[in-house]
Design a protein around this ligand. Sequence first.
Ligand code: BG6
Length: 515
Amino acid sequence: MKTGKKANPAIIVIFGGTGDLAKRKLIPAFYNLFLDDWMPEKFAIIGLGRTKLDDNNYRERLKEGLKDFSRTGAPQQDTWEKFNPNVTYFQSNIDDVNSYHALAEKLDALDQEWGVRANRLFYLSVAPKFIEAATLHINESGLANNPEQDRIVIEKPFGYNKETAVALNQLLTNTFQENQIYRIDHYLGKETVQNILAFRFGNALFEPLWNRNYIDYIQITVAEQVGVENRGGYYEGAGALKDMIQNHLLQILCMVAMETPASFRAEEIRNRKVDVLRAIRRIKPEEVGRYAVRGQYNEGWIEGKKVPGYREEEGVSSDSNTETFAAIKFYLDNWRWQGVPFYLRTGKRMQEKHSSITIQFKAVPHSTFSNGQAENLMANRLTINIQPQMDIRLRFMTKRPGLSMTLNPSEMIFDYDTCSTQSPEAYETLLLDALNGDATLFMRSDQVEEAWDVITPIQEVWESRDSLDFPNYQSGSWGPENAEALIASQGHVWAVNAHQKASKSEKKTNDKLKK
Ligand code: BG6
């Protein structure tokens, strides 16, 4: 988390420097940190790749990326000219230790030129099959020989199941100490997700209510409108459970459910989060059908455009068993949350891009109101909208102004749109933290392994049994009907769908009134 202090001189080495992530996320994030004066006084970004390119060609590619993907748009020429001498390209072969020796010489030369041993950040933005070679060669060439100053950042997937995740962690810890390893889950860098900690632990008001006595259930929805885009090949081996639930949604659940940490130190927070993962009741294989629903999108319409079904996407098998939607009901076995269902849901090609957390409080124990008002009573609800809408809203009942006692739900809202500063991108927050050596928002090995453990039974059942009803939801819908049934059995509905329906019917009424 930002401290306001500039990081020490740093050399950032991006493995996969010509890849999509570097262009779309990493370079725009570093550039915006530079614009906002967060980058160290002395820094170098070295992009690695097999392609033959000179520094200027490389910089031009990155500049194009900024135009398309940076939150601040195309760079101003004068700022770009100050930024770009810090960026160079280094042609290399990830499998060849000689490339690493040559890179070590380049890094040593920079240290000499600056008169200081700079921090080194190795960003492994490469396919999982290259991680082993990269870590072994980084080790052999002595590139990361200072545990206090050298860090490695890796992207998901952290394995494909618990076993491979453990193996990957072992591989990494043969070369690096755990405190040098930064496993990125970009959801943790999102402004609204970080705000959960401020909201929960910066207010005395909510924490006494934050438990099974007052909370009825919790929902976490991450709905995407996009399909698998050009990642069909990767997605076929992943699916919504591994791609989203194992990491992003379980991490959000941890932020919502964790106990109060003694301090904001990375280890304190990560300990509290891992406690949550351990407390999640493991679903038995024979119970998977009762606790989890999977779906796959069919063709349909999104914002007036016809879109293909998942099985028609490039790189996807025509009888694919991969789920593009998952909804799961979890319980936590601990004092705070016993008996409170946590409903998690994510899907592609849903009606809207919408991510939110709903904390549904219990209804009042007794209704004081008569003459038909009792049924107007709605239980309190706290909604944290993560994206694209970013706000926190608390719903409570009020009296509608007038002579009769008519109850009306009202909302108190903290809306990011009213803040004067633009929110940074998740990668800006996370990369700056990695430069500063703050691992609070990154995943520790035990968190990753526990998260795999949580989903293992579901993963095994889904992988071993073909889903007979795929594709089972239309693009542009809110997912398969079974997902409604999953929570309807407890008398609950998905807040997001209900909210959309309510606002649509409100709109209709307003339209009628206008006529
Ligand atoms: C990634 C998943 O981790 O998160 C993608 O691999 C998904 O499938 C993406 O689309 C969603 O991220 P965001 O920030 O757009 O919500």
